[in-house]
Ligand binder design. Structure first.
Ligand SMILES: [Zn+2]
Ligand SMILES: [Zn+2]
Length: 269
């Protein structure tokens, strides 16, 4: 067994009725030592999901890094008061990053102008609190890169989470100072462009994630995803790069710790 981190997961009770602790126990048994957990504010729940992930990070500082954001799906939920709540959460010492934020033109649950506006506002929050951002982008590659550049996201850096673009996008994101986080999608047979990027990207810019509860990697594709499954993604990316999985997992773990400013505790041997 080797140590590794899940650089992006959701623990909300609506996904895991058994509770975060049970999910984390199964992950610990699979070798996970770190969890980057995402809390997202929206109109229905307000900032309660942000408070929940900050509490988790406070209770388990050696294992959990918290991210606070407003998903592009919910950009139309943005109000000045939600923004103030998000800003306060982002400024908390228990918040490691602002995210996920970004653009999703595939589902377009919120109008595109609202998505762009909220993305820009939340990059500004990250710059104000000097924390990295976690970017969600789907069917909006060009505008995502344009906004990252025009809003000076380079000042804080961050990750392109659930990376699902091609090498040209990756090269530009790397130039902007961003890291690439690979989810179970990289294990899917049809994901040739993503596999190409995973094989090619610099080792010090690669992270691994599950995006639980979605996108379980092969051979568990279609199941509810959970952090323990990141092991399969690590094996696949190591295979693509022709390196030992232990080495790939160790590099991705170190990158996760460096980026989120967090030292995860290693279990005593
Ligand atoms: Zn996402
Ligand atoms: Zn997510």
């Amino acid at each position: 067994m080797f140590a590794l981190a899940d650089a992006h997961c959701h623990f909300d009770a609506k996904y895991f009725e058994e509770g975060a602790e049970a999910v984390m126990d199964r992950a610990r048994a699979a070798g996970l030592v770190g969890f980057v957990v995402v809390g997202l504010a929206d109109a229905a729940q307000g900032v309660a999901p942000l408070t929940a992930v900050l509490d988790l990070a406070r209770r388990m500082p050696g294992e959990v890094a918290a991210c606070v954001g407003i998903h592009p799906h919910d950009a139309s939920s943005w109000t000045p008061s939600l923004h103030e709540g998000l800003r306060a959460a982002a400024a908390s010492p228990d918040a490691a990053a602002v995210g996920e934020i970004g653009l999703d033109y595939h589902y377009e649950h919120s109008p595109r102008p609202a998505q762009r506006d909220v993305f820009a506002r939340l990059i500004a929050v990250a710059r104000e609190v000097r924390k990295p951002i976690v970017v969600h982008t789907r069917s909006a590659a060009e505008e995502t890169l344009e906004l990252l550049a025009s809003e000076n996201a380079r000042d804080v850096g961050g990750i392109i989470h659930c990376f699902s673009e091609d090498r040209a996008f990756a090269a530009r994101a790397l130039d902007l100072g961003f890291h690439l986080s690979f989810s179970g999608i990289v294990t899917f047979k049809s994901a040739t462009a993503i596999k190409d990027v995973a094989a090619w990207a610099p080792l010090d810019r690669i992270l691994l994630e599950t995006d639980s509860p979605y996108l379980a990697p092969v051979p568990l594709r279609g199941k509810r995803c959970e952090p323990a499954y990141v092991v399969h993604t690590a094996r696949h990316v190591a295979m693509l790069r022709g390196v030992a999985v232990e080495d790939l997992a160790a590099a991705a773990l170190e990158n996760t710790e460096r980026l989120f400013g967090k030292g995860f505790s290693r279990p005593r041997a």
